[in-house]
Write a protein that binds this ligand. Structure first.
Ligand SMILES: Cc1cc2nc3c(=O)[nH]c(=O)nc-3n(C[C@H](O)[C@H](O)[C@H](O)COP(=O)(O)OP(=O)(O)OC[C@H]3O[C@@H](n4cnc5c(N)ncnc54)[C@H](O)[C@@H]3O)c2cc1C
Length: 105
């Protein structure tokens, strides 16, 4: 939905692409899944189906992971299990110190 000032639209900041982060891996105890931020919910459901499992995720497969979970995330399973964000065990967060220099000519 192209709404100015939402989701980095019209942003004057730096856009960091996380499109290469495709990790999908079941935890050793089979009770959680590691999901890289470039996946969409369809990728997660396809990965989990052979395991007979599902997560509190998006209602449409085209929706992305990070914006959905950081925004709360209303799922088909929310009435029973809460928001998607209530079901996140942990996040991996990268902090980057950027030094911006201005050169005047
Ligand atoms: C067709 C459709 C159906 C939808 N259905 C539902 C629904 O059923 N339930 C519901 O709750 N919502 C639903 N939504 C809304 C959806 O949750 C939001 O659009 C959400 O932002 C999508 O996640 P995204 O990762 O694609 O977000 P993006 O648009 O990529 O990003 C959203 C925000 O997250 C930040 N972000 C993105 N990636 C990262 C990252 N790797 N690290 C840190 N920050 C990041 C962005 O900077 C931005 O501020 C739907 C949206 C659409 C278009």
């Amino acid at each position: 939905m192209p709404i100015g000032d939402f989701n980095n639209i019209n942003s004057s900041g730096v856009l960091l692409s996380s499109s290469g982060f495709k990790r999908l891996e079941m935890a050793a105890d089979g009770k959680s899944v590691h999901v890289g931020p470039s996946n969409h919910w369809a990728d997660v459901y396809e990965f989990l189906e052979p395991h007979g499992k599902v997560v509190v995720g998006g209602r449409l497969g085209v929706v992305g992971i990070p914006g959905f979970v950081t925004g709360g995330g209303a799922s088909f399973f929310s009435a029973e299990h809460g928001w998607a964000s209530n079901n996140v065990k942990s996040y991996t967060v990268s902090f980057q110190r950027l030094k911006v220099e201005h050169e005047q000519y």
